[in-house]
Write a protein that binds this ligand. Structure first.
Ligand SMILES: Cc1cc2nc3c(=O)[nH]c(=O)nc-3n(C[C@H](O)[C@H](O)[C@H](O)COP(=O)(O)OP(=O)(O)OC[C@H]3O[C@@H](n4cnc5c(N)ncnc54)[C@H](O)[C@@H]3O)c2cc1C
Length: 299
C-alpha cells in the first residue's frame, strides 16, 4: 500500500532529486560519458550495449534529429575499441509515424553497423509495435543483414508463437520479462506466470540452438538459467547474461566470477528523466529513497 502511494507520488518529485538517483542508471548525457562507462565495464569483463535514450517521437524531423548521434555511437565503439553493440528503440526512429520511414532509418544504422562489424539489438516496446518490430527484423534478415537481433518479453502470451516464427531465422534473442503495462488479454500478470513463461521460452531457445541474452536481475531465473546451462553443457558462446547499468552489481560480479559472459545495457542522453522514472517505478525500494530525498534534499 505504502509502495503504491509512493509510486503514484513519484511524478511530483522535482527533477534535481530524480537526477541524484538517476546517476546510478545513466552513463551521462553525452556519448563521451557513455564511452567512459563502457571502458570501465569492459575492464571488469562486461560487454555492453549502448542505448541513446529516447522513445516515441511525434514527427519525422524529431526522428532524424538524433541519427548522427547513433552513427557516432558506432564510430565511438570502433575508435575506442570497445566491446559493445548498440540497442535501439524503433519508436524513436519513427515506428509510430510511418513504417517505411522507420525501416529506412533503422536500415541506415544497421548498414553502418554492419560495415563496422557491429551488432544492433532492436529493443521491444509496447504491444502496438510488436508485429511491426518483428516485421522489420525479418525484412533485414531477408535482405541479408545478420547483425541484428530482437527482444522477446516473457509476460506476453504470444511470446512462444513469436519465438517459433523467429526460429526460422535462427534469430539472436534477448529474453526479458517486459516492462510496459499491457492488458490482461495480452499479458501474464503474476510473478509466477511471467517466470514460468520465461523458463519455457528459455528452454525453447536452448532446444533450438538460438543465441540468447538472458536479461534479468531475478535470482530465481538466473539460478534456473545457470542450472540449464550446466545440465545441457552449453558452450559460453551460446548465451550471455544481461543486466541494466547500476542494477544488482554484486550479482553481476558473481555471475562473471562463475565464468559466464555478461553484457550491461548502458543508456546515455538528455532524455534521462523518463528512463529513470521507469526504473524507479519498477523498483519501489528505490522509489522510496527518491521520495525520502524529497524531504531531505537528497542529503
Ligand atoms: C539488458 C536488459 C534489456 C532490457 N530490454 C527490454 C526491452 O527491450 N523491452 C522491455 O519491455 N523490457 C526490457 N528490459 C526490462 C525487463 O523487461 C524488466 O522490466 C526488468 O529487467 C525487471 O525485471 P527482472 O527480470 O529484473 O525481474 P524483477 O522480478 O522485476 O526483479 C528481480 C529483482 O531485481 C532487482 N531489480 C529489478 N529491477 C531493478 C531496478 N531497476 N533497480 C534495482 N533493482 C532492481 C530487484 O531486487 C528485484 O527483486 C530489459 C532488461 C534488461 C536487464
Amino acid at each position: 500500500m505504502l509502495n503504491k502511494i509512493i509510486l503514484s507520488s513519484l511524478n511530483i518529485v522535482p527533477k534535481p532529486i530524480v537526477k541524484i538517483f538517476a546517476k546510478n542508471y545513466i552513463a551521462g548525457e553525452t556519448l563521451d560519458e557513455a564511452i567512459n562507462t563502457v571502458k570501465k565495464l569492459n575492464a571488469i569483463n562486461c560487454r555492453t550495449s549502448i542505448d541513446l535514450l529516447g522513445e516515441y517521437v511525434e514527427s519525422k524531423e524529431q526522428a532524424l534529429k538524433e541519427m548522427d548521434i547513433r552513427y557516432n555511437v558506432l564510430d565511438g565503439i570502433i575508435d575506442s575499441n570497445l566491446n559493445s553493440n548498440q540497442s535501439i528503440k524503433l519508436t524513436s526512429l519513427g515506428l509510430g509515424i510511418d513504417f517505411e520511414f522507420c525501416y529506412e532509418n533503422t536500415l541506415n544504422i544497421v548498414k553502418y553497423a554492419k560495415e563496422r562489424n557491429i551488432f544492433v539489438r532492436m529493443d521491444m516496446e509496447d504491444s502496438p509495435y510488436h508485429d511491426k518490430t518483428i516485421a522489420i527484423y525479418k525484412k533485414f534478415r531477408d535482405e541479408g543483414y545478420d547483425n541484428v537481433g530482437v527482444v522477446i518479453q516473457s509476460y506476453m502470451k504470444r511470446a512462444l508463437e513469436d519465438l517459433q516464427e523467429l526460429s526460422k531465422y535462427n534469430a539472436s534473442i534477448r529474453l526479458c520479462k517486459g516492462i510496459y503495462v499491457e492488458p490482461e488479454k495480452l499479458a501474464f500478470k503474476t510473478y509466477d506466470s511471467i517466470n514460468d513463461n520465461y523458463k519455457l521460452l528459455l528452454n525453447y531457445l536452448f532446444d533450438n540452438n538460438m543465441y540468447v541474452g538472458i536479461a534479468t536481475h531475478d535470482d530465481v531465473l538466473i539460478d534456473y538459467a545457470i542450472s540449464e546451462v550446466e545440465k545441457r553443457n552449453l558452450s559460453k558462446d551460446a548465451y550471455e547474461f544481461q543486466m541494466l547499468l547500476g542494477v544488482r552489481e554484486l550479482k553481476r560480479d558473481e555471475i562473471i566470477r562463475l565464468g559466464h559472459n555478461m553484457r550491461i545495457y548502458v543508456s546515455f542522453g538528455k532524455d534521462w528523466y523518463g528512463y529513470s522514472m521507469r526504473r524507479f517505478k519498477e523498483n519501489p525500494k528505490i522509489a522510496g529513497h527518491v521520495f525520502k530525498a524529497l524531504f531531505t534534499g537528497g542529503k
